[in-house]
Design a binder for this molecule. Sequence first.
Ligand code: UDP
Length: 237
Amino acid sequence: MEPHYRRLLLKVSGEALGEGGGGLSPERLRYVARELAEARAVGVELALVVGGGNILRGAATREFDRVRADQMGMLATLINALALSEALRREGVENRVLSALSVEGVGEPYHRDRALEHLAGGRVVILACGTGNPFFTTDTAAVLRALELGAEALLKATKVDGVYDKDPVRDPTARRYDYLSYEEVLSRRLAVMDLTAFSLAREHGLPLLVFNMLKSGNIKRAVLGEKVGTLVGGERK
Ligand code: UDP
């Protein structure tokens, strides 16, 4: 089995790491780590950007000053990164946490060259604390890091099978798109990621693959270039 991609960036939302309500679910962490180990075994270089929404979402925290709340949100992503790192280690996947905010003694500070060295050395890199700046999201961080690290595509793991014309949870007649151009996403006002993240991806022609990570084997299928989810930009195999 030959991977279709050489290097990929996978965005894992905080929600994907916590079943049901908030916090972290050990079962879900184990599941995600196993899925990643399987995908990694195909021979692709994997960088992960983790979200923090299961613990704290800065923009939604009205009680705090926005910048302070976003700092807290970024630290939440670090907690998730550490949890995922440990879960991956247990599955035998060597990995490193690289953080955009420097927390001495916990992970390494993010540095592009260092990240590339780890990837070349066969280690999965887990990128924590988003861009390191308030007013951004981890989706934007994912696009930014994918471009910096020369990933061929950004895999965005979600709870549904891709991008739909209507909300598939509420409307059973909703249709899933197999492929969309960046322009179609904008003209049809489809929610793929926030506009800052999307604009950056579009400007640089970064393909986005939106797919369901809760279906076992899907990450590996995506790595192999098999038809899963919705591809935005780029080309189908
Ligand atoms: N955040 C930030 N700058 C970044 C990335 C994230 O300030 O570059 C903060 C922001 O408060 C955000 C929170 O971290 O709400 C958690 O990230 P996000 O909401 O993107 O996580 P997800 O929804 O993917 O779990």
